[in-house]
Ligand binder design. Sequence first.
Ligand code: PGA
Length: 289
Amino acid sequence: KLYLESEGFNWKSVDIFLNKLYYDYRNLIRRIEMKIVVKENYSEMSKYAADIIAELVRNKPDCVIGFATGGTPIGTYKELIRMHKEEGLDFSGVRSFNLDEYLGVGIDLSKPYSLDQSYARFMHEELFSHINIKKENIRIPDGLSKNPEEFCKSYEEEIKKTGGIDLQILGIGGDGHWAFNEPGSSFTSRTRIEALAKQTLDDNYEAFYKNAGVSREQMPHYAITMGIGTILEAKSAIMLANGSKKADIVAQALEGPVTTDVTASAIQLYKGDVTVILDKGAAAGLKKL
Ligand code: PGA
């Protein structure tokens, strides 16, 4: 060692080299495992995603599904509803956990849909009320919990008790978030309270709250979210994105460095089966297709 050092050998550079080798190797493996599917349009993307979910439901009727909210999965949910109504796809044994919910907001069925922007309400309107999933099998973070921190712990415990999530459905936020894990969230984070980033507030205000007559100041600024660590434990996952607005962030998440600046880049560390389903617009920034 002394001889090597006297020759100007730099141990730090060996360390950096080995680290790089390790990451390159891991990325190589990941590229083989991560399946990226590009469909012609939103409707094709949604059908492809719904087929994956339906196959799981048929093969494992008591499966545990992690559901996501947002504009992206609405088409997938519509297709699942169609499959339930026309083909008898049976959700009676399915158990579900949703990714996130605004803090201070809960389902209020006495209000018209447009005035209740809870994710519980979203799931009810966009999917659950149209299929035969049992109410007692649905779990959505409780935005009205009196003790949200305790709630977060119990959510984690419940997921564990079911044996874990079989298939997690994911989107990607404009700032690269997964669920409400905003930039800077640790990859080992668990279900917790998270402050929403400016871009998320802007995006969700435009997409949802503006039409509900709620001012940007009044909209919730905090949420309960599953952590990145929680998400990475799902046995399989699908990630959906559509539209050219997402092209840059999708490329960063799938091909850029693994970084907490883009929490969805944690997908590159994911050990389960993952299929990324994009429309042409969202895939436009990818170099390695
Ligand atoms: P969106 O949201 O589907 O409304 O674009 C995605 C997300 O925030 O994960």
